[in-house]
Design a protein around this ligand. Structure first.
Ligand code: URP
Ligand code: ZN
Ligand code: ZN
Length: 465
């Protein structure tokens, strides 16, 4: 099948230019103009921006946190992603049974995703304990499964201790694997959560107070030093939320630490802790790290613009608001019982387009870099994904910058019953989404089928070069 996307304004991570795209089968065949239209489907993109399909490298589909399951599975979550212009995800696995092999969750995630995801997908592995066996399994899994990144946590039940983090980083450095890390100081958070609940301070507004920005900064600092001690091991800090943590990253950048990647998420750029003031509504935004202050938001935008932060992802992890977060036995009476996480996979690209590019905070190439190209470089998918180049997968998103849209929960195409961006006025709207040459979203309607997504074996990250 031949398709020509005609008259569009193409946006890559480095430039914006007028041009046509010729698609043959599943791949971009050429970029330019004057293509022979005989037998081709022609899509007129006049007045539209044409971007590489967006790539979200931080989602939690089907997440099982023990006492609750995330509401989006690999089908509903990837339908939502597609409708928001995201054509590839890399999902973070949940923890498995205590002491399980690293292979356990790899197999479990294939069971959950294969035949269900509607867009292409990969997985990050996860460490929950460190032994010579699990360190060896990491290398095996990278080779056999193309899972070239593994996550470690500095808080939560299966957090790793410093000596374990160091061992993982050393082994990852030797094998050219990226270690993604959730940075928060566990001890202080545990103390503060107990302190607030025992003092009767159980409303949503105490959630951010129990996880201060300096808890993140301390853990970011520690992890950066551990990675440096491990020989500048490839390290990727997920969901950076606060200005203090950002200052630690800036310091490491100034000292030219190699192999350091940094991600923030849409919510930390566009929402604040004011959302926690309403005890019920505030539960919608219970996530870790929590939403911060205006000054943090502004600092993060600055770091996007000047290149300190590499990626904008979502940490998509929605729990049903009415049936879970706000239920009596969960968050209604105690924020510490509210499952952590919020939706965002559908909202990211349009919120970033509107709040970032249309409001003049970042250029269009920088938006493409943050949401499409750099995630693929970080996680070994470039240039197959995230690029407008001959030979790349023909994953494309067309955006109409003239259309205005007020986003509400009724726009959500996944299973979440709410959005954190309720009532946000978005300048620009998704016009069309193509995956590997096929139109999968038109007029906000998903046109693909369950199981259309393919598993992605990933290669080496730029962080490991
Ligand atoms: O609150 C969040 N972010 N839940 C998902 C797990 C994580 O920490 O990324
Ligand atoms: Zn996390
Ligand atoms: Zn996460």
């Amino acid at each position: 099948m031949r398709t020509i996307i005609k008259n569009g304004t193409l946006a890559t991570a480095s430039e914006v230019f007028r041009g046509d795209i010729l698609i043959e089968g599943e791949k971009i065949a050429a970029i330019g103009g004057g293509f022979d239209e005989t037998g081709a489907e022609v899509i007129d993109a006049a007045g539209k921006y044409v971007l590489p399909g967006a790539v979200d490298v931080h989602t939690h589909m089907d997440l099982d946190v023990g006492f609750a399951w995330a509401i989006d599975d690999f089908y509903t979550g990837t339908v939502a992603a597609a409708c928001g212009g995201t054509t590839t995800i890399v999902d973070h696995m949940a923890f498995g049974p205590k002491n399980c092999s690293l292979w356990h969750q790899v197999k479990e995630y294939h069971r959950l995703a294969d035949g269900n995801a509607v867009i292409d997908y990969g997985f990050h592995g996860v460490f929950q304990h460190v032994t010579p066996e699990t360190l060896e399994e990491m290398k095996e899994i990278a080779e056999k499964e193309g899972i070239t990144s593994f996550k470690v946590y500095m808080t939560y039940d299966y957090m790793l201790q410093d000596d374990e983090l160091y061992q993982v980083l050393k082994a990852a450095r030797e094998a050219g694997i990226v270690i993604a890390v959730h940075c928060e100081n566990h001890g202080v958070i545990q103390y503060l959560r107990k302190y607030y609940t025992e003092s009767g301070c159980t409303q949503a507004k105490y959630h951010p107070l129990s996880r201060p920005s300096r808890c993140e900064a301390e853990a970011v600092n520690r992890m950066i030093h551990l990675a440096a001690m491990a020989g500048d091991a490839p390290l990727y800090i997920v969901h950076l939320s606060g200005k203090e943590g950002l200052a630690e990253v800036r310091k490491a950048r100034a000292e030219h630490q190699k192999g350091l990647g940094v991600e923030t998420c849409t919510q930390y750029l566009t929402l604040t802790d004011a959302m926690y003031e309403d005890p019920q509504e505030g539960l919608k935004a219970i996530m870790s790290p929590p939403l911060r202050k205006d000054a943090d938001r502004e600092a993060l935008w600055g770091a996007l613009a000047d290149g300190t932060i590499d990626v904008v992802a979502t940490d998509h992890c929605p729990f049903h608001f009415k049936k879970k977060k706000a239920e009596k036995q969960y968050g209604a009476e105690d924020f510490t019982k509210c499952p952590n996480g919020a939706p965002g996979v559908q909202e990211r690209l349009m919120v970033m387009f509107s709040e970032g590019f249309m409001k003049g905070r970042i250029s269009l190439p920088r938006l493409v870099e943050l949401c499409c190209t750099s995630p693929c470089r970080m996680y070994g998918m470039y240039p197959r994904k995230g690029a407008l180049l001959p030979g790349a997968d023909a994953d494309l998103v067309l955006i109409d910058p003239e259309k205005e849209h007020v986003f509400t929960a009724s726009d959500i195409r996944g299973d979440s019953d709410y959005t954190c961006y309720e009532g946000m006025k978005l300048q620009g709207d998704i016009d069309l989404v193509l995956q590997r040459g096929r139109v999968i979203v038109k007029d906000h309607t998903f046109l693909g089928s369950r199981g259309d997504g393919r598993y992605l074996k990933r290669g080496k990250s730029v962080l490991a070069e």
